[in-house]
Design a protein around this ligand. Structure first.
Ligand code: GLC
Length: 549
């Protein structure tokens, strides 16, 4: 619990709701606003401070709603604008703040602007809201440059003009159903100013910015440098990347910050920015820009004490240099769930194509043990933390979804070589039994493993040893103890130890054993919480504890 003078977002525990998979209140098999409203008591009792809801706008759902066709309304599948407003009010009445997701890099192909751009033809102001270019080669049938889509295949798709002739190509850094907007166009900028005001005016407390690092593209859209085989180099090998993390994005966020500051309730931003270094990330959270940014460096760090310590130190140093809080995140809707990751030989998260083809076997029991320890570590660190729905239940990644049920566009665009992200998006089990374990009245849009009843909220709720009980207690203590949340930490362990030991004032110590042998506990008054039982008085491997000292 931080000083009441400290803004809430400097210490918040924020629960990520992947809306399609949280709770289905209307029997469609897909999660929705009614489902979320019905679970507000659960979220309050869990002890989080805020929820972040993934996009809820009208969308053809080619990329789970990250393909938006109208930024000022709600998808029919999820509810209505009036229901969204009621949800915001109800969440507030439950003591929860609400963060929504905005997707400024691209719209859906079904957005009215794209229809207008198609109809208006080359060189028109309508086309200039997107990034259209003629193709290369004598008949223009090669893409305008060598950029590839993050989901696989070229980042360009050719349209047919109104007269039936093959036409211009449009850029899409993601799926072909997600055309990139042209952020050099003032009309695009003004439109998003207005969208921000639309939602801040409806009381949302924050906005997560999708692909915050991608909006600005280099003038002339130059080819990416290639290796000897002609394949584009990796982003880390390119000094002046033509579309990732360009300095021009910061001007946009300075403008957005001014808009947030117009509102008395001082809404906040969180950037989704996969960038090359913490210094680059810190630039997004300078005092006149965004408030916070996800720390993906943390989920990319393996389960190793020296490496975690290095990431933690580097994060705190980089963020405090610009006066921003650190954030911590272990899982989200784009990466393999950390129970599974921590049960593999390679415990660092990779995304999309950076994931190894054959990541090796999983020891789920080991993964869960580590995940429980990792939760106590994360929730004890200074700053704000994200909990991805289902991690409080210890859910593993679902690795065996039948291929014909995979929905992530990554599966198709990778030519069926990457299964994509559906395995971390499987709907939550609320009850021990039933067609979708209480997710809804019928079946869920992605199949749940047959044994998920034992991981359900119903089963874990009354079991003091459950992962749910551990999260609840940790989150309760996090609110109660003045030492936790915002503030500083002091290491007691050495840099090369397999132990992580740190204190926070007043009277708090966290000890995490990442080694292979059980170790004695440091002197303390009282144990507050432990992720797995002591072994003959010793702290066993892959176990964390919170102590009063
Ligand atoms: C972000 C989202 C991801 C989505 C992509 C394109 O990375 O988190 O789910 O596919 O942007 O919008």
């Amino acid at each position: 619990m931080s000083d009441p003078q400290t803004p809430w977002w400097r210490s918040a525990a924020i629960y990520q709701i992947y809306i399609r998979s949280f709770a289905d209140g209307t029997g469609t098999g897909v999660g929705d606003i009614r489902g979320m409203r019905s679970r507000l008591d659960y979220l309050r009792d869990l002890g989080v401070d805020a929820v972040w809801i993934t996009p809820w706008y009208p969308s053809p759902m080619r990329d789970g709603g990250y393909d938006v066709s109208d930024y000022r309304d709600i998808a029919e599948l999820f509810g209505t604008l009036a229901e969204a407003e009621r949800f915001i009010a109800d969440a507030h009445a439950h003591g929860l703040r609400v963060i929504i997701d905005i997707v400024p890099n691209h719209t859906s192909l079904r957005h009215e602007w794209f229809a207008a751009a198609r109809a208006a033809g080359p060189g028109s102001p309508e086309r200039d809201r997107y990034i259209f270019r003629p193709g290369r080669g004598p008949s223009g049938d090669s893409p305008p440059n060598n950029w590839n889509s993050v989901f696989g295949g070229p980042a360009w798709t050719r349209i047919t003009e109104r007269d039936g002739t093959p036409g211009e190509w449009y850029l899409h850094l993601f799926d072909s159903s997600q055309p990139d907007l042209n952020w050099n166009n003032e009309e695009v900028r003004a439109e998003f100013d207005d969208i921000l005001r639309f939602w801040f005016g409806r009381g949302v407390d924050g906005i997560r910015i999708d692909v915050a690092n991608g909006l600005v593209k280099a003038a002339g859209l130059p080819d990416l440098p290639t290796d000897a085989d002609g394949s584009p180099l990796e982003p880390s090998e390119i000094a002046d990347h033509p579309y990732l993390d360009r300095d021009g994005v910061h001007e946009i966020y300075r403008r957005w910050r001014k808009i947030a500051d117009e509102f008395d309730h001082r809404p906040v931003f969180v950037a989704e920015a996969w960038v090359e270094s913490l210094e680059r990330l810190a630039a997004y959270v300078r005092p006149d820009e965004l408030h916070t940014a996800f720390n993906f460096g943390y989920l990319r760090t393996p389960w190793s004490a020296p490496e975690l310590r290095e990431t933690i130190d580097a994060t705190i140093a980089a963020m405090s240099a610009v006066g921003a809080p650190a954030t911590w995140v272990l899982s989200n809707h784009d990466v393999e769930r950390h129970v599974t990751r921590y049960g593999r030989a390679e415990t660092a998260a990779g995304i999309g194509a950076s994931r190894p083809d054959d990541p090796g076997p999983v020891d789920v029991e080991l993964g869960l043990r580590r995940a429980r320890a990792a939760a106590l570590l994360m929730l004890a660190l200074p700053g704000s933390a994200y909990v991805y729905q289902g991690e409080e239940l210890g859910l593993p990644e679902v690795l065996d979804i039948p291929e014909n049920m995979l929905q992530d566009p990554v599966w198709v665009r990778s030519g069926h070589t990457q299964r994509g992200r559906d395995g971390c998006r499987v709907p939550l089990p609320w009850l021990a039994s039933g067609p979708s374990f209480g997710f809804g009245v019928g079946r869920a849009w992605l199949p749940q493993p047959a044994d998920w009843g034992r991981l359900s909220v119903q089963v874990q709720r009354d079991d003091p040893r459950s992962t749910l009980a551990l999260y609840r207690e940790a989150l309760r203590l996090r609110r109660e103890l003045p030492a936790l949340g915002n503030g500083a930490m002091t290491w007691l362990s050495q840099t090369d130890d397999d132990l992580l030991v740190f204190t926070r004032e007043p009277e708090f110590m966290c000890v995490v054993n990442l080694g292979t042998a059980a170790v004695p506990l440091p002197d303390h008054w009282r144990m507050l919480l432990i992720s797995n039982p002591l072994d003959e008085g010793l702290l066993p491997p892959d176990t964390a504890t919170w102590l009063v000292v």
